[in-house]
Design a protein around this ligand. Structure first.
Ligand code: NAP
Length: 238
C-alpha cells in the first residue's frame, strides 16, 4: 500500500508540509499544493523523493481548475490550507473578515473537493481529510475542555468557519459513503506555526499533529467516516 497519490493543500509550510513529508516517507506520491510556486518548490525540494509541486490557490477558481487537470487519479485529498485573520469576538467581527476567512476555510475546501472528486472517484480507496480545529467544537465551546483555551466567543470568524467545515465533512461522508470514500475531520491541537500569533507562541510540534492526519489519510476500508478526530486518534465532540 505505498503507491497512493495524495494532495495536501497549503503543503508548503506548517502542518501541511509535515503531512506531505510523512506521506512521501511512506512511499506515496504527494502533490504539495502551494499558491506560491517558489514557496511550493522549496518545500518539494526539502521533502525530496515522492513530492511534486501543484500550484493551487484554493480561493481562485482558475487555479483550482488548472490544478485539477494535472492530476488523473487521487487517493488522498488533505484539505489543509487555512487562515485565521482575527481573534475578535462576534460583535467586533466585520463581515469582510468573515468573508475572507470563509473564502479559504469553507468555500475553498468545497471548491477544491468538487474539482478533485472525479480524480478521487478513480481511486479504489478514496480518502478526504479536512483539517479542522478543536476550537470549532460547540461542545467544548460551551463546556470548556481544559486543553482548549480561546473560549468566550473569541476568534469567532475562524472557529465558525471550522464548524461549517465540520458540517461539510459529515455531509460529504454521508453522500460519498456508497462510493467507498472515508471523509473525516482532524483537530490538530494548538501547534507552533505561522497561523496566528497564539499558535506561534504557545503551540506544540506540528509534526505530531501530522501523524493524526496520516492515520486518517490511510484508513483501511473498514475505518470510520464522518468523524471528528483529535491528532491522537480520540474522538472530538461536535
Ligand atoms: P500555516 O503555517 O499558516 O499554514 C497554512 C498553509 O495554508 C500555508 O501553506 C498557506 O500558504 C496555506 N494557504 C493559506 N491560504 C491559502 C490559499 N488561498 N490557497 C492555498 N494555500 C493557502 O498554518 P498551520 O497551522 O500549518 O495550518 C494548517 C491547518 O491547520 C489550517 O487549516 C489551520 O486552520 C489548521 N489548524 C492549525 C492549528 C494551529 O495551532 N497551528 C490549530 C488548529 C487547526 P502560504 O504560505 O502561501 O500562506
Amino acid at each position: 500500500m505505498n503507491d497512493y497519490t495524495a494532495l495536501v493543500t497549503g503543503g508548503n509550510k506548517g502542518i501541511g508540509k509535515h503531512i506531505a513529508r510523512l506521506l512521501a516517507a511512506e512511499g506515496h506520491t504527494v502533490y504539495v499544493g502551494s499558491r506560491d510556486p517558489g514557496r511550493g518548490q522549496r518545500a518539494v525540494e526539502e521533502i525530496g523523493a515522492g513530492a511534486r509541486l501543484l500550484v493551487l490557490d484554493v480561493t481562485d477558481p482558475d487555479s483550482i481548475a488548472k490544478a485539477a487537470t494535472q492530476v488523473d487519479r487521487l487517493d488522498v485529498l488533505v484539505n489543509n490550507a487555512g487562515i485565521s485573520v482575527s481573534p475578535a469576538r462576534p460583535a467586533d467581527t466585520g463581515v469582510e473578515e468573515l468573508r475572507r476567512t470563509y473564502e479559504t476555510n469553507v468555500f475553498g475546501v468545497v471548491a477544491v473537493t468538487s474539482a478533485f472528486l472525479p480524480a478521487l472517484r478513480r481511486s479504489a480507496h478514496p480518502r478526504i481529510v479536512n483539517i479542522s480545529s478543536g476550537t470549532a467544537s460547540l461542545t467544548w465551546s460551551t463546556n470548556p475542555n481544559p486543553q482548549f483555551t480561546p473560549g468566550n466567543g473569541g476568534a469567532a470568524a475562524y472557529r465558525s468557519s471550522k464548524a461549517a467545515l465540520n458540517a461539510f465533512t459529515v455531509f460529504y461522508a454521508q453522500t460519498l459513503a456508497e462510493d467507498g470514500f472515508k471523509v473525516n475531520a482532524l483537530a490538530p491541537g494548538l501547534r507552533a506555526t505561522d497561523l496566528s500569533p497564539g499558535a506561534a507562541a504557545t503551540g506544540g510540534d506540528p509534526a505530531e499533529a501530522a501523524h493524526g492526519a496520516l492515520r486518517l489519510a490511510l484508513l483501511p476500508d473498514d475505518g470510520p467516516t464522518g468523524g471528528f478526530f483529535s491528532w491522537d486518534g480520540t474522538l472530538v465532540p461536535w
